[in-house]
Structure formats: structure tokens, C-alpha cells
Design a binder for this molecule. Structure first.
Ligand SMILES: [Zn+2]
Length: 648
């Protein structure tokens, strides 16, 4: 937990133009800045940054927010992570709320391990590019495989010397603790000796989403070596291979922009695709894909395309693992490479254009691919065909959305020549079994038993109330401190000014009305507190609010009004601005808000009435009818008032 004063120092320091300019080239246009939106593909800029309002808004895709929201969205960070990111940029020391002794130790250890892996990555890179052995053995290997220098630097590859304790000795000499060297798995301690895990290997650092080195993969170069060709860091406090994807740090921007992620098998496949201008690519580095890895990709895109070497046995072994991707509701596609090729070799053999075209043209939907693949060998064997159907049904059954399942059932039915009804039956049976095993995991509507028809107890959240709630918040944010009316008190002749916030707060609390939407409700509560204390709140308080939902909504609201004024200015015509009409706009919004609340209340009363009638409780029926009549009368009054004003 970062403490409040630190958060405020970070928010004060983070100048939005400065923050965004690091990622998006901006040009000054009038009082604002304009650039190409990083969140969607566009050719003409519609991404606007307002330094005075301290917000950004894209008029193309609608993304909006403050500096912290931008970092969260762009770097895929959580709120505290984004704050720390900005703190580093502005050299602000982050004070965190007290952690337990255990938490502090764990955090310190994590940080110490990260310091060691970062050091190791630097050492290995130095070895590769600057030492005789590294250049002769390691660099030659990469050059022979056709890799360019900038790619090697981009992935921070390196070389670990042949001598069995070269790295460990150097690290100890440079003051790194043996304990941490062993815990990262870089060194192995045996009795009084310390050895390198990765000797005589080219090294591939494995980065976190934010670019920290968590672990390494090392490839041995000697052909006669008796050890495994590839060796990975062991699991540690910082390296969990099931949660990491190789290349995600270098790919995340392209994955968002292309709205797709390619999945390959090896480190060099990832690097080769980058050289072929395909940068939205990651590798699961040898392990079969895990749920955590799929979710990592899902943070950036729902679309995943897996590249397979043209080896049927290998494909069959690995397609079973794909169900885990389908389960997450991802769209899975497959590209099958020509016989004998892997992504590395094939991307080098073809031109970049040919390769990109190949990926586009050969992309097949996963279930279709699997069906065809298995159908080929099951063609004339009825037993195999039954197994195939079961296999395909299992894949379809894990897909969370029923529409996608329906589409697949139709298609597989015609491919396998099995009636749709049979497939439906099998899919539903399997889903029922699954939901029995794993009850709350994927509650599709058809998994649930059909409930007996009952009258709903209460209508909790009407969509319409959100519109009027948001309008109240908009008026508070935009005009809260504007003068609403000015009265001369008859007793002593003093002048009394009511602000828009005073008026709204009084109207709403005197009727004891509540907000349904929590974000709107929180903003209202803060205005209520401020007006009752006689404090003036600036809209910036909300734009910089620590709750990202609140900062986004307020940025959105303030950006909207900004867009309107821009349109008016462009047309060069006089338009009566909203602040000239507050005397009518504000009471209208309050009436609309009250009317909506009454409508919701009326629905609730109606269901209560039905119940009371069923129970035969006459007193209750009468009381409810009275309430109903009163509310209806109020509602009529409100509509008249709103109607009258419109007529005026
Ligand atoms: Zn956009």
C-alpha cells in the first residue's frame, strides 16, 4: 500500500503531456495536444491531451482518463504499479504503509533476486559482445543463424562462459551474495564449491511484463555435450515458468495494436518473427500452455494464433492442451507450417511480405483444424470415429459462450457427418458433468436448472437511473461551484449565494434519495460532505481520484463538455452555453433523477402488492396502495413541471 501523501506527490508531479509524450508523439493544437491513438489503429489523429484539464481522450475509440489511467492502460499495470512507474519517472521516493515483518522480508528477497538476475543479464551480454570466447562461440552461433545485431540487443541475449565457475566467481567478487546467486538458480552450491548452472551456453533472459529479468533459458552449443540442449532457471521466488511467456515484454505493445497474439515454441522462433516484422509473438518455452499464461495473453487480446511445425505426431500431442485456451473464451486459430519447417526456418526462407501473407491466408479456426486433422485418420474406422467425436465434443463443451458453441456444432456436424442434435446432446451432457465437478466455474445459462416462474422480489437496478445519476454527477463536476441563485435575506438584508452543488445536495438529501451506481454515489457523497462543511471542491480532485473508476468517469464527463465547446467554436456561431441556463438545466436534472427513483420504487411496490394480495394481508395491501397513489401523484407533478419547462 502506497501512503496518501506519496500518491499526492506523484499525482502532482505527473504532467499529463510529459507522461504521454514518452509513448505517443504529440503535436500542439491550440490549447491541447493531438496525436495518433495508441489504443486503436488510426491514420488521422483523434487522441487529444488537455494539459489544463489533465486528461486524455480519444475521440476515435473513446478511451479517456488521467495520467495514471494512461499508464495503467498502456503498460497494462494495476493502479499501484502505475503509481510506482510514475514515481520512478519523477524520482519520487515511495513510502508504503506498514507491511508485516514477513512481507518486508519477502519483498526484500524478491528485490535482491531481481538485482542479481539483472546483473547476470548484463554480464552475459558483455561476455557475448566483448569477450573473445563469447564472440567466437556465442556470437558466431547467432550470426550463423542469421540474427541481426539489433534483435540480439532487443532480447538482451548473452553468453555464459565454458569455465564451470566463471560467472559465480565474478558475481561473488562483485559483492553479490552467494545465497541470492543460489536462490535465482544461476549458481549451484556443492559443499564448499560454487558452480554455474549455465556454462558454455548462449543465454536468453526471460522478462516480466515490465521488463525485469526473472530467469534464463540457456542453449548449449557443443554438439557432443551430454547435457540437455536447453536448460531453464529453476522455479524461484521470482521465476515461475507457468506464469511467464517468453517475449511478452517485447510483444505486448504489438499484441494490443494487432489485437492478436502468435504463439510459437522456442526463443529463437520469437526472435525470428520479430525480424520478419511480426512482433506480436510469444513462446511458452517448452511447457504446455497453462491457464495463467492464457490469462496473461487475455489481458491484451482475446485472439490467439498458434504456429505449428508440419509434424503430425507433434501436433496431435499438443492440440489436447489447447482446450485450456478455449476454456478462457479465447478465439484460437492455427497456422500449419509447410513440412519440415519451423517458424524460425520458414520466416528466414521467405520475404517478410510472403511470410505475413502466409500467416494471414493459412490461418484456420482451431476446432475446424482439429476436426479435419483427426477425421483424416478416422475416415474408415468406426471406432476411431467415435473417439474423434468425443474428442471434438470435449473441445466444444469447454467454450464458455453458447453462441460460439452453436456455431461449432453446426460446422462439425457437417464435417463429421453427424446430426447436429447428437452433438448438442453430447455437448450438454459433458457440460453438465463438468459443472457437477466444478460448480461455479462456467455457469452458462443452460447449465442451470430452469427455475420455477416466480415474481421478482425487487427491481434493483434500472438502466435508466444510471443516465440521470450520471447527469447529476456531471452537473456537480462541471458547475458545482457556479452560482445557482442569489437571495437577499429579508431579516437583515444580507445577500445569500447558493451554488449548484448546494442546490443539488439539498434537494437529494431532503428526499433521502440514494444512488444505485457506486461510482456516482461516491462522487455525490464527497460533494455532500464538502457542501456541508462549506468547502469548495475542484473537479481535479476527482480526475486525480485514487479510485480509477472515479477518475475515469470524471475525466470522461469533463472531456465530453470539452468536445462540445470545440464544436461550437468551429462553427463560429453563437450558441447559448450551458452555464447560461443553469437555472433551468439543474432543476430539470434533479426532477428527472427524482422521477427515475420514483419509477423504481413503484415497481418494487407493485411486486410487494402482488405478494400481499396472495398472502391475503388486507392492512398491508391498503398501506401499499396508499404509498402507490402518493408516489404516482408525485410523479405526475414532476412530469408536469418538466413538461411546463419544456413548453417555456
Ligand atoms: Zn483511440
Amino acid at each position: 500500500m502506497i501512503d496518501r501523501p506519496t500518491i499526492e506527490r506523484i499525482l502532482d508531479a505527473a504532467q499529463i503531456v510529459d507522461v504521454i509524450q514518452e509513448f505517443v508523439p504529440l503535436k500542439k493544437r491550440g490549447v491541447n495536444y493531438l496525436g495518433l491513438c495508441p489504443f486503436h489503429n488510426e491514420k488521422t489523429p483523434s487522441f487529444t491531451v488537455s494539459p489544463s484539464k489533465e486528461i486524455f481522450k480519444c475521440f476515435g475509440c473513446g478511451k479517456v482518463g488521467n495520467a495514471v489511467n494512461f499508464i495503467m492502460e498502456h503498460e497494462h499495470l494495476t493502479y499501484p504499479e502505475a503509481l510506482k512507474f510514475l514515481a520512478r519517472k519523477y524520482h519520487i521516493e515511495v513510502f508504503e504503509k506498514e507491511l508485516t515483518q514477513e512481507e518486508i522480508e519477502k519483498q526484500n528477497e524478491r528485490e535482491s533476486l531481481l538485482v542479481v538476475t539483472a546483473y547476470a543479464a548484463r554480464q552475459f551480454s558483455e561476455n557475448l559482445f566483448q569477450s573473445d570466447e563469447g564472440m567466437k562461440v556465442g556470437l558466431t552461433y547467432f550470426k550463423e543463424r542469421g540474427f541481426r545485431q539489433n534483435t540480439l540487443k532487443k532480447f538482451e541475449v548473452g553468453y555464459s562462459f565454458e569455465k564451470r565457475d566463471a560467472f559465480s566467481k565474478k558475481a561473488l567478487d562483485d559483492g553479490y551474495k552467494k545465497d541470492f546467486l543460489v536462490k535465482t538458480g544461476l549458481s549451484i552450491s556443492h559443499e564448499d564449491h560454487i558452480f554455474d548452472r549455465f556454462s558454455g551456453r548462449v543465454m536468453f533472459p526471460i522478462h516480466s511484463l515490465s521488463g525485469q529479468v526473472l530467469g534464463f533459458g540457456g542453449r548449449v552449443l557443443k554438439t557432443d555435450a551430454k547435457t540437455a540442449k536447453y536448460l531453464n532457471s529453476p522455479e524461484s521466488e521470482i521465476y515461475h515458468k507457468s506464469r511467464i511467456l517468453y517475449g511478452i515484454f517485447q510483444a505486448r505493445k504489438a499484441i494490443t495494436q494487432e489485437d492478436k497474439c502468435y504463439l510459437v515454441e522456442g526463443y529463437t522462433d520469437v526472435m525470428s518473427l520479430h525480424e520478419a516484422n511480426v512482433e506480436n509473438v510469444v513462446a511458452s518455452s517448452g511447457t504446455s500452455l497453462t491457464q495463467e499464461q492464457v490469462r496473461l495473453i487475455k489481458r491484451f487480446t482475446p485472439n490467439i494464433t498458434i504456429l505449428y511445425d508440419g509434424d503430425p505426431a507433434g501436433i496431435k500431442a499438443s492440440i489436447r492442451g489447447i482446450d485450456i485456451v478455449l476454456e478462457e473464451g479465447m478465439n484460437v486459430k492455427i497456422v500449419l507450417l509447410p513440412d519440415g519447417e519451423d517458424p524460425d526456418s520458414y520466416s528466414k526462407k521467405t520475404s517478410n511480405e510472403e511470410f505475413t501473407r502466409f500467416l494471414k491466408e493459412k490461418e484456420t479456426d482451431f476446432i475446424r483444424f482439429k476436426t479435419r486433422l483427426l477425421l483424416d485418420e478416422a475416415a474408415s474406422d468406426p471406432v476411431k470415429k467415435v473417439n474423434l467425436i468425443r474428442d471434438i465434443v470435449r473441445s466444444i463443451a469447454v467454450i464458455p459462450e453458447s453462441i460460439s458453441r452453436t456455431v461449432y456444432i453446426k460446422e462439425c456436424s457437417s464435417l463429421m457427418e453427424v446430426p447436429e442434435a447428437v452433438l448438442y446432446h453430447e455437448v450438454n451432457k459433458m457440460r453438465q458433468q463438468r459443472s457437477f465437478q466444478d460448480r461455479n466455474k462456467y455457469p452458462g445459462p443452460e447449465d442451470l436448472p430452469v427455475p420455477p416462474p416466480v415474481i421478482p422480489k425487487s427491481v434493483k437496478h434500472e438502466v435508466t437511473t444510471y443516465v440521470s445519476e450520471k447527469e447529476i454527477v456531471r452537473l456537480l463536476l462541471k458547475f458545482g461551484s457556479n452560482e445557482f441563485e442569489r437571495k437577499i435575506r429579508t431579516e437583515d438584508g444580507t445577500e445569500e449565494v447558493t451554488t449548484v452543488a448546494d442546490y443539488i445536495v439539498n434537494e437529494i438529501i431532503s428526499d433521502d434519495l440514494k444512488f444505485d451506481d457506486t461510482v456516482c454515489g461516491t462522487i455525490f457523497e464527497e460533494f455532500k460532505f464538502a457542501t456541508q462543511q462549506g468547502i469548495f471542491i475542484e473537479d481535479k480532485v476527482f480526475i486525480k481520484h485514487e479510485d480509477p473508476m472515479i477518475s475515469r468517469l470524471s475525466a470522461d464527463i469533463l472531456a465530453e463538455s470539452h468536445q462540445l465547446s470545440r464544436i461550437w467554436k468551429d462553427k463560429q456561431t453563437f450558441v447559448e452555453t450551458e452555464d447560461m441556463k443553469l437555472r433551468s438545466v439543474v432543476p430539470d436534472a434533479v426532477l428527472k433523477f427524482k422521477g427515475d427513483k420514483i419509477k423504481v420504487r413503484l415497481k418494487e411496490i407493485m411486486t410487494q402488492l402482488e405478494e400481499a394480495v396472495k398472502e391475503g394481508d388486507k392492512d398491508k395491501v391498503l398501506a401499499l396502495q396508499r404509498k402507490d397513489q402518493n408516489l404516482k401523484a408525485t410523479l405526475t407533478l414532476i412530469s408536469q413541471q418538466l413538461g411546463n419547462r419544456i413548453l417555456l
